[in-house]
Design a protein around this ligand. Structure first.
Ligand code: SF4
Length: 387
């Protein structure tokens, strides 16, 4: 078969939105010019999502940044003696929620390390003094605080049990856990997740599946450029897709480009090559044409056009009041500037809640009622609320 015929057939299949198999994707990479793949992904986004890019106006709550695990690229994790140690008490959480509300943020992003109380006496004692036996118990309590203040919690606390997710699901409009990658190779000696049992792919996929059974909208994603292969990224997207096909609960896929951080063992590791990263994004759009695909806007502030041209439709959370504690060296862009850049490239920018509109029907009745009351009170539906 000539390349031209192959191009035509495969592109036709994708445009018809028929299921594209992994073998076809692998063939596509070998046979079809890169630019054709990128343009096809961009057209698919236009077709399924229009020329509209969304974002969530958020406040980042750095609840507890001690962590049981060690990933080779992480600088979020602190040690008890570090100046960056964060143990957010209820008063600080309430005050930040009020500030978030004042700034019309709709999302309270709760982040913690992986079960810090299992490794650090400091975390265990701190929680116990407050009357909690685990970080998750504390998160459940604090989620209620921020929801009462009129901000929607979205918790990303690593490997939660099904029961913990069920409890958090009473107040959290969505939950998040990065798959990172479904390759077990990345857990081997010398690989980035060697000392991070919580990043065992089967455990992470199980969380997404449990969320599906609980009807909780989930944010997940892949960290690109940590030593994986393109095929492993493709497999990871198919693994996420399989769960979504069964449960319909994967509300977005974050594709995050790795950046080396000082004082980590991956400091000398380079960022992913731009065309490689763009290929992952484009293939994600082809494999899951209807998905919400997000790239964090602060990690590549000069590359908006590059990413919009391979099929993304979301910039994720942007905070006007707090840092990105996971990537503190990258400041959040000004929202008006993001809008200007999008407009100049032919897109409009729309604010969204930390649950995408099409996933609101999934969440439980009581929570739906509570968030609709907040949305009404704040007039959140008005396009101009975040300006
Ligand atoms: S990436 Fe998450 S799990 Fe890994 S060390 Fe950092 S905080 Fe812990």
């Amino acid at each position: 078969m000539s390349n031209l015929q192959f191009d035509f057939e495969i592109i036709h299949k994708i445009n018809e939105l028929k299921e594209i198999k992994k073998e076809q994707i692998l063939e596509l990479i070998d046979e079809v010019p890169r630019q054709v793949i990128f343009e096809t992904a961009s057209n698919l986004r236009d077709d399924k999502k229009g020329k509209v890019i969304s974002f969530s106006k958020k406040a980042f709550f750095n609840i507890i940044n001690l962590c049981r695990d060690t990933c080779s690229y992480c600088t979020y994790k602190a040690e008890p003696e570090d100046t960056k140690l964060s143990l957010m008490d209820e008063k600080t959480i309430r005050e930040l929620a009020r500030l978030a509300k004042k700034y019309n943020c709709t999302e309270a992003l709760f982040v913690t390390g992986e079960r810090p109380e299992q490794k650090y006496k400091e975390a265990k004692d701190w929680l116990r003094k407050k009357g909690f036996s685990s970080t998750t118990e504390y998160l459940i309590h604090c989620s209620e605080i921020v929801l009462r203040e009129g901000v929607f919690p979205h918790t990303n606390a690593g490997n939660l049990t099904k029961n913990e997710m069920k409890e958090l699901g009473k107040t959290n409009v969505s939950l998040g856990v990065m798959l990172e990658n479904s390759s077990v190779r990345l857990r081997e000696d010398g690989m980035p997740h060697q000392d991070a049992p919580s990043k065992e792919p089967v455990a992470r996929l199980n969380i997404l599946k449990n969320a599906g059974e609980l009807k909780i909208p989930m944010t997940t994603g892949i960290l690109v450029g940590i030593g994986e292969t393109l095929e492993e990224c493709i497999q990871s997207i198919y693994d996420i897709k399989k769960i979504h096909q069964k449960y319909g609960n994967i509300q977005e896929i974050i594709l995050q480009n790795f950046h080396p951080k000082p004082k980590t063992s991956m400091f000398e590791h380079s960022t992913p090559e731009e065309n490689y990263f763009k290929m992952v994004v484009a293939l994600c759009r082809m494999i899951m044409p209807e998905a919400n695909i997000q790239i964090p806007p602060n990690l590549s502030p000069d590359n908006y056009n590059e990413f919009l041209s391979v099929g993304i439709n979301d910039w994720g959370g942007i905070s006007p009041i707090t840092s990105d504690y996971v990537n503190p060296e990258f400041s959040w862009p000004n929202i008006q500037n993001v809008e200007k850049k999008c407009n100049n490239l032919g897109f409009s920018l729309n604010a969204r809640f930390p649950v995408y509109p099409e996933f609101i029907p999934l969440i439980n009745k009581d929570l739906k009622q509570r968030i609709s009351l907040i949305a009404d009170e704040k007039n959140y539906v008005k396009e101009s609320y975040w300006k």
